[in-house]
Design a binder for this molecule. Structure first.
Ligand code: AMP
Length: 120
């Protein structure tokens, strides 16, 4: 995947404080906030504060401290949210992956049965 980072993407603007967000958790390397258009009763986005475009970009180039902080934060969110009897973590990458915002993020979804992973 190409990793050219657009600093004007909406999550970069959230990180700079230019756009408000409903923060769930913030750490030195990670921000988690509620999705503006939730697809389930719980729909939290988790983003690294660094300029990474996709999962593979983050996994390949982030430092150990960023990687650990990001994933530990995700784990804390799954523990603190009312997810019910399970949850789903999704990361879309690139055009065919359906990625709308070109700043790496995980979707944490839950709070109801989520059905099949893909419908088409
Ligand atoms: P993706 O298609 O994986 O890039 O997901 C982008 C997600 O960002 C979508 O679920 C949007 O609803 C969400 N989103 C876009 N703008 C905002 C915003 N300002 N605050 C919170 N979530 C947003």
């Amino acid at each position: 995947m190409p990793h050219a980072y657009d600093p004007q993407n909406i999550f970069a603007r959230i990180l700079r404080g230019e756009i408000p967000n409903k923060t769930v958790m913030e750490t030195p390397h990670t921000l988690a906030f509620h999705d503006i258009a939730p697809q389930a009763p719980v729909h939290v986005l988790v983003i690294p504060k660094g300029a990474y475009v996709t999962f593979d970009h983050f996994a390949a180039e982030a430092g150990e401290d960023e990687l650990a902080d990001f994933h530990r934060t995700c784990a804390k969110i799954t523990a603190m949210m009312d997810l019910g009897a399970g949850y789903r973590v999704i990361s879309n990458a690139g055009d065919d992956g359906g990625q709308e915002v070109p700043h790496y993020h995980l979707h944490i979804l839950g709070g109801r049965p989520l059905g099949p992973m893909l419908v088409r």
